[in-house]
Design a protein. Structure first.
Length: 302
């Protein structure tokens, strides 16, 4: 989940790195839950890197047939060494779980984090394959929604902690869904290369409002989505540098949520008056007056 600092400067650092190949001499994946969480941070740890083909490109490659979830509750200000509280084998929803994880952007760390102290639960998920091989995925649910998810070879800063907790409690995976049209998203593969990847079928234009209320917004179809995606993708983009310079002007901050026929949306911030104003959490870019005016025309009134 992306964050907006109190200063009004949007941040969302994701340092993208090239996937690394899985080492041929990597240790075997343990068959049972480790007796202690071995990481020093929230999420971001597995007991052994996988030797499954494709693990250097996506978090959970192929078609595993079983998912065993191990839970390690603790506190985010005293990480490391937690003991398992229990396990859960998914009885339904494994296919939906793999579908959602496949869309997560990889090669990233979490964006800017708030620093609330509180309970956290680290998770290990053991995916078993028909040929007897297996892969561990490490992640967490955390009060700041700021964790790393990894298979030991590639990692992602996308947040799925609440979904893992729900699966652990119920034995099924429920697809990731937005409850607020303007809320942050998990991110979408491809956004590290293109501001608006693929072919969106809708765009929701949100205007910054009260932090405790739903932002006012308007939703449009494929025509308007393409009309906005075109100029956004035409701008020269680079890896996000953790925010922009200067406070927003009188028009304020906008959030553009591009929806797709399948998979998660892409979430773009446009902060009018700040330089550079455009950021999708992985890339940022300069804007133009024409683009600013186009967004304002589509945005709801104050």
């Amino acid at each position: 989940m992306r964050a907006l600092l109190a200063t009004g400067v949007m941040v969302g650092v994701i340092a993208v790195s090239a996937p690394e190949p899985v080492a041929k001499d990597a240790p075997a994946v343990p068959a049972t839950c480790p007796q202690r969480w071995g990481g020093a941070d929230t999420g971001g740890w597995v007991p052994a890197a996988a030797r499954v083909e494709g693990a250097g490109e996506t978090l959970v490659p192929g078609a595993p047939v079983e998912a065993l979830i191990c839970a390690y509750p603790g506190l985010n200000y005293k990480p490391g060494g937690e003991r398992p509280a229990g396990t859960r084998t998914l009885t339904t929803g494994t296919r939906a779980m793999l579908h959602d994880i496949a869309y997560l952007p990889v090669g990233s760390g979490p964006g800017a984090c708030t620093a609330m102290g509180g309970p956290t639960t680290n998770y290990l998920i053991r995916f078993a394959y028909p040929d007897g091989s297996a892969l561990w995925l490490g992640s967490a649910e955390e009060v700041n929604s700021c964790v790393v998810t990894t298979n030991g070879t590639v990692r992602s800063g996308a947040y799925i902690g609440r979904n893992i907790t729900a699966a652990y409690r119920t034995g099924t995976w429920l697809p990731v869904r937005q409850t607020d049209a303007c809320e942050g998203t998990t991110g979408r593969r491809g956004e590290e290369d293109t501001m608006v990847p693929g072919e969106p079928v809708s765009v929701t234009v949100c205007r910054q409002g009260s932090p405790t209320k739903t932002w006012p917004h308007r939703k449009y179809g494929a025509r308007e989505a393409a009309a906005l995606a075109g100029p956004l993708n035409a701008r020269h983009a680079w890896k996000t540098a953790n925010g922009c310079q200067g406070p927003p002007d009188d028009e304020g901050t906008f959030r553009l949520i591009f929806g797709y026929r399948d998979g998660p949306p892409v979430d773009i911030w446009f902060t009018s008056g700040c330089t550079p104003p455009i950021d999708n959490g992985a890339l940022q870019a300069d804007g133009t007056e024409e683009l600013r005016d186009q967004i304002i025309r589509l945005a709801p009134a104050r």
